[in-house]
Design a protein around this ligand. Sequence first.
Ligand SMILES: [Zn+2]
Ligand SMILES: [Zn+2]
Length: 409
Amino acid sequence: MARNMQITFLGTSSGGGPSPSRNCSSLVANVIGDGTLWMVDCAEGTTRQFLTQPRGNGEETLRAHKVSKLFVTHMHADHVMGIVPFLRHILFPPTIVDGSEVHPPAKPPPRIEIYGPAGLRAFVRSILTMTLTKTADTYAVHELLTPQCSRTPCDAKSLHSSECPGLDFLCDDQGIWQALTVVRGRHGNTIVDAGPISHRDPCIGYIIREPHFPNRKIAILGDTYDASGIEPLLKSPPPSLLIHEATDACIPTSVDPKARRKDEKVRQNVLARGHSTPVMAGEFAKRVGAERLVLNHIGSRFAAPRQSKNGHDVRFAVIEEISRQASEAWGMGHAQVAFDFMRVNIPAPSIPAADVAVAEENVNEQVNASRRGSGGGKQQRGRGRRGRRNYSGRNEQSRNDGKGMRNQT
Ligand SMILES: [Zn+2]
Ligand SMILES: [Zn+2]
């Protein structure tokens, strides 16, 4: 029964990139166990990262068409500008017969579901429209809204021809979006929650978790200078893996003779732009008791080391220093600094099949109980929650509390 949850970083640069050694933000998670991939963020060039990935190293090749869900942390350009090219890559074009497009009488269910902040639906819709893009396959955008957000309509007149209606998720009183999706894979259920994190514009962190043994939990945060808003989702159990940004760092001249910026100056700059240093990432990891820590969204001035771990390569020394600073603040292990195509495995110990069956029987009960308990704000009470069949045929429960949004905003 043992299997790994696996994260592969496709782009690890901050918005100053891309650089020769790093693309901008994107990663994929293989967590269900059936080969499907869930992507978090999709910078310009992400599609090409699938095509240029290292091969022949014994690792499974990542295939773009295996991506069934995309979770977007925020609307900054270094996180979203690859979405439409990626959709064009994975959505099949219309059939042409005698020079004319032939469309089926009804739209097929979405080939990919996209989750993200307010504005994402209009962003994807308008670029597809302005680039005159038409596809036979379809997509849907589900927006994670706060009471202050405006709702983007999904009526037939507003939808793009490739678009299926999406859901609107309204956060609870703590600003949390619980159980955005519950997917039953080969080895049990996997749930995605989301919470707010502080950046200079609205930003979201995503939690992928198993509600049953072995209760693995992966926290993937977007850009942030203070992630305390998502802490309620990082308790009992703490994250097995925390992926936290570390955009800038003060590097001593003993490590890089060309580095001349003072610590206070770096900290001021990083806070002004809404980002974190490795020390800030380490301190947050310590506060939430993260079992593993990976730093990403690395400033473009910090190139990824060359493959040969040459002690004379200053790049290697700088990255080691970034890791050291985060590890010291964290105090629970060695923080890894992500590079493009780096893979991280979260293994699961083998458990007897009988125990798995019992655990899985309790899963729906736990999920329902957590939803009853989460309650949400006054605006959520009495709103319908509905189960639905997901588009790939697995059982999935989603919540759509957005029907009341018009009255809230
Ligand atoms: Zn960014
Ligand atoms: Zn940003």
